[in-house]
Design a protein around this ligand. Structure first.
Ligand SMILES: NC(=O)C1=CN([C@@H]2O[C@H](COP(=O)(O)OP(=O)(O)OC[C@H]3O[C@@H](n4cnc5c(N)ncnc54)[C@H](O)[C@@H]3O)[C@@H](O)[C@H]2O)C=CC1
Ligand SMILES: O=C(O)[C@@H]1CCC=N1
Length: 264
């Protein structure tokens, strides 16, 4: 058996960095003692057995795999050499060629998890550069699957689109939940019941979609066929522009993803 894997996460104290760190330790992909996490100010209190540092080059030197998990606007200030090692990015917009050039390695994997990584339910599309080896792909897959489901995609254009659809994705049901809650409260339902009931609807629907292989369109059609309350609601929502609003939102996310890559 080879040496145990060592992994470093730049921005390991952030939302996604922490989620990945805790997921890969729980999945025993890396021992906390072989994990290095960097932070900018104030060492976070979780994973006390990991090595915490402010020095990103030290992190890179200590790690076989380097994961960059800072916000895209903080990426230009990251000035390290991965020295040919496997580097992975979770940053929205930043393309593979830029990662390779700036991190000094041909072995780069661009990924786009989502916030549900915190509860090991991310959906994460990823793509590797030509320089990644079969072992690299295997390591990247294990890391990403510790955070939920992961799929290798064919092009970076797919990642740009999925950045909005799935990377930003959890925000959309959250937006729907917020609108449903506001409406319930406006109509006199207590905030506590409004929160519990709306959360239960979203969680229950997620499980229903997971359990049934139907296309969501077919489920909607079944509801419409009752010609009852659900049909009345769906038709009013669609007449008010629901589907167009979703399409406009996803187009705006795609445009932003591409422009963030050009600006970084
Ligand atoms: N939060 C989300 O839902 C998703 C985030 N992403 C991507 O993940 C990346 C991180 O996002 P979040 O974790 O949400 O942001 P965050 O702001 O919670 O975490 C970023 C962390 O990086 C740290 N940081 C910044 N510069 C640093 C430096 N030079 N050295 C060490 N640490 C540094 C910050 O102090 C912060 O703790 C972003 O690029 C974002 O595009 C991708 C998909 C989903
Ligand atoms: O909003 C953002 O830019 C990041 C990427 C996807 C989710 N959060």
């Amino acid at each position: 058996m080879g040496e145990p894997l060592s992994i470093g996460i730049i921005g390991g104290g952030g939302w996604l960095g922490r989620a990945i760190a805790e997921a890969i330790v729980d999945a025993q992909i890396v021992a906390a003692e072989h994990l290095t996490l960097s932070y900018r100010s104030g060492q976070p209190g979780f994973l006390p057995n990991a090595t915490w540092t402010r020095d990103n080059q030290e992190l890179a030197d200590r790690s076989d795999v380097i994961i960059v998990s800072v916000r895209p606007q903080d990426w230009p200030a990251i000035d390290i050499s991965a020295d040919g090692k496997l580097a992975m990015s979770v940053m929205a917009g930043v393309p593979l060629d830029q990662l390779a050039r700036r991190l000094n390695t041909e072995r780069v994997v661009r990924t786009l998890p989502n916030a549900a990584a915190e509860v090991r339910n991310s959906y994460t599309p990823w793509i590797g550069s030509l320089g990644v080896t079969a072992d690299d792909r295997n390591v990247a897959c294990r890391i990403l699957e510790a955070c939920g489901a992961a799929d290798e995609v064919e092009s970076e254009a797919d990642i740009d689109y999925l950045t909005g659809l799935t990377g930003s994705g959890p925000a959309f049901p959250a937006l729907l939940a917020a609108a449903m809650m506001d409406d319930a409260i406006r109509r006199g339902i207590s905030p506590d019941i409004a929160r519990r009931s709306v959360s239960a609807v979203l969680i229950g629907t997620g499980k229903l979609l997971e359990a049934r292989s139907d296309n969501p369109k077919d489920i909607v059609r079944t509801f419409l066929d009752y010609r009852g309350t659900t049909a009345a609601a769906i038709e009013a929502m669609c007449a008010a522009g629901f589907e167009a609003a979703v399409a406009d939102g996803l187009a705006a996310a795609l445009q932003k993803s591409v422009s963030m890559g050009q600006a970084s």
